[in-house]
Ligand binder design. Structure first.
Ligand code: CIZ
Ligand code: SF4
Length: 304
């Protein structure tokens, strides 16, 4: 017989304790999964948290590349991704083989990979970046030429702020953020003219240009908390609303369009977390050499 929600949550807590496991959830996960988690945050914060705990098992509620990053930083731990098909279409827009080919065109360029890439792609790049530190990472690189992959929108956002470098862009994008248009922003602003627009750099240039603030999920959360404003239009994945509303009960948050849903982030449910802990699934395993090379790119980012 199928267990009810309360029963599953109690079992999850029991198994977590018994197996010395932690549950981490990305800001885009469904509310119930965020509530279950020991920590909620962006992919890199979560991976660093996983590396710092003495847990034996990490249940990573997010998408595949994020669980891989956790494994890269904690190779000795068992990292579980509750839904094995939870991938990131943007991360899938580049392969290690394709990157190796592209690098040949720009022999003088430093290769910078967004965190939204597979471990195999991270292994082929010089340094990683997140949406929080992308500009700082690029500024720290001595090369005048950069090959940036895979997000063209984040890449264009960086290029505008670092005009002294020639940035070659990969043509990847996030299917969820890229869908938002200038017309969507105009429409939302006409309905809520007194709201500030907070947008993620995975949005199109035209959307970022209309925003009052552009930042990663962590930066949007901080901005909303510290702002004197009381109304916000949010142009990133809807899962972030849970934390925004929890942290700021007296402020109002509207999702900029109803399309801001990442179907892959929504695959993980309380039941998948329960099954992950019960059956130890689905374990992320990576080649040792890939771990070592990908780790170098992540550590290069940490060093700046
Ligand atoms: O790195 C992350 O977690 C992603 C994909 C987005 C963000 O802005 O936090
Ligand atoms: Fe990938 Fe976009 Fe989903 Fe993030 S929101 S996991 S970039 S598809």
């Amino acid at each position: 017989m199928k267990k009810d929600l309360t029963e599953m949550i109690n079992e999850i807590k029991r198994m977590k304790h018994e197996k010395n496991a932690v549950i981490v959830a990305h800001n885009y996960q469904i509310d119930e999964v965020q509530e279950l988690a020991d920590v909620v945050g962006d992919s890199f914060t979560l991976s660093r948290y996983c590396a710092s705990t003495n847990a034996d098992i990490v249940v990573f509620c997010g998408v595949h590349f994020m669980a891989e990053s956790a494994k890269i930083l904690s190779p000795e731990k068992t990292v579980l991704l509750p839904e094995i098909d939870a991938g990131c279409p943007m991360a899938d827009m580049i392969t290690a083989e394709a990157l190796i080919e592209e690098k040949k065109k720009y022999p003088n360029a430093a290769v910078v990979c967004y965190i939204n890439t597979s471990a195999a792609v991270k292994a082929e790049c010089d340094i990683c970046c997140t949406s929080s530190n992308a500009v700082r990472v690029i500024q720290s690189i001595p090369n005048d030429e950069i090959l940036f992959a895979p997000d063209q929108n984040l890449g264009s956002f960086i290029a505008k702020q670092v005009p002294n470098k020639k940035i070659h862009l990969w043509e990847g994008y996030c299917i969820t953020h890229h869908r938002v248009s200038r017309e969507d922003v105009e429409k939302a602003k006409s309905i809520h003219p007194d709201a500030l627009v907070l947008a993620h750099p995975e949005c199109r240039q035209e959307v970022m240009e209309m925003a009052d603030f552009v930042g990663s999920t962590a930066q949007i959360i901080d901005y909303a908390k510290n702002s004197n404003h009381s109304k916000f239009l949010i142009a990133t994945e809807m899962g972030i609303l849970h934390k925004l509303r929890k942290d700021n009960p007296n402020k109002t948050f509207y999702l900029l369009t109803q399309g801001l849903i990442c179907p892959n982030m929504k695959k993980t449910t309380v039941e998948s977390v329960y099954n992950a802990l019960k059956y130890n699934r689905y374990e992320i395993n990576l080649d040792k050499e890939v771990i070592e090379r990908a780790r170098r790119s992540l550590e290069a980012m940490l060093a700046i």
